[in-house]
Design a protein around this ligand. Structure first.
Ligand SMILES: Nc1ncnc2c1ncn2[C@@H]1O[C@H](COP(=O)(O)OP(=O)(O)O)[C@@H](O)[C@H]1O
Ligand SMILES: [Mg+2]
Length: 267
């Protein structure tokens, strides 16, 4: 069973479809990079996968269920937009926001008798997930004191708290320095041993170094299996140019697929 299966998806906010003929299959433990031009429909696709929007046509299944039924199996990390850095919230509090209810109920008799802010089960869970992202030493630090990369790793820990099977990230490293980006992608690669990762990214190193598949979304979709045919970019310093070049290459393949009417593109 696929962790994620999108079949012949069509979605429109108004009359013009934003997504049309989108197909995607993701297996357990795959690390999938979603790329494509701004406005191509990437965030919309993520919202459909999370059940926030419903398809007009076609189907989406997550672990064999509808996105809404599978909601608890999906972890989400939003774009690294500017968090209000003055907000006096600690790393522990942020991670606790992702904590499922059963941890609250799992308190021992003492804690049930004398309720505490966070019980021992919750604290242990927060500590373990922070360990997974290498941020356990920052438990009591204010979120505003952290670098962008560190903050985003805390957001990943928050999503991991609910033990998702599918982790979805929408441009998690925008405006994070190169070193911080690399650490995040290396971490995601590591996490993909235990779960499945779907990440929207403009960072080409994800595609060349980490991802198993690249999915190009520009209204329709094209999936490129990077394990079968890795992409080597010749000009690593001209990153912006390379992204355009890569997108052009994948866009041509999307057009090929559209010409072969009736043949769904699959890899
Ligand atoms: N809530 C919305 N209502 C109407 N149109 C929207 C909405 N959100 C996005 N769009 C439009 O849908 C298209 C795809 O947007 P989006 O999924 O955000 O693309 P991407 O994430 O690839 O940049 C764009 O043309 C955008 O303007
Ligand atoms: Mg987007």
């Amino acid at each position: 069973m696929n962790v994620l299966r999108v079949e012949n998806l069509r979605f429109a906010y108004d009359r013009e479809p934003v997504l049309q003929g989108v197909n995607l299959e993701v297996d357990a433990h795959e690390f999938v990079a979603v790329i494509g031009p701004n406005g191509g429909g990437k965030s919309t696709l993520l919202k459909l996968i999370m059940g926030e929007l419903l398809p007009d046509e076609g189907s989406i299944t997550v672990l064999g269920k509808s996105p809404r039924q599978a909601r608890e199996a999906i972890g989400y990390v939003p774009q690294n937009t500017n968090v209000n850095l003055d907000f006096p919230i600690r790393v522990l509090d942020v991670v606790m926001m992702g904590n499922p209810k059963q941890h609250r109920e799992a308190a021992n008799w003492w804690e049930r008798l004398f309720p505490v802010r966070y019980n021992s089960v919750e604290k242990r869970c927060a500590y373990t997930t922070l360990q997974k992202v290498g941020m356990e030493a920052y438990l009591d630090r204010r979120i505003g004191e952290l670098s962008g990369g560190q903050r985003q790793r805390v957001m990943i820990a928050r999503a991991l708290c609910a033990h998702p099977k599918l982790l979805i990230l929408d441009e998690p490293t925008s405006s994070i320095d190169i070193e911080g980006q690399k650490q995040i992608y290396a971490l995601l690669k590591e996490l993909s041993r235990d779960l499945t990762v779907l990440v929207v990214s403009h960072d080409l190193s994800v595609i060349t170094e980490y991802a198993d598949k690249a999915v190009y979304i520009n209204r329709s979709s094209y999936t490129h299996d990077l394990r079968r045919s890795p992409i080597h970019l010749q000009q690593p310093e001209g990153e912006h140019f390379c992204e355009i070049e890569l997108m052009q290459m994948l866009a041509e393949k999307t057009c090929d697929c559209e010409h072969h009417a009736g043949k769904k593109e699959k890899h």
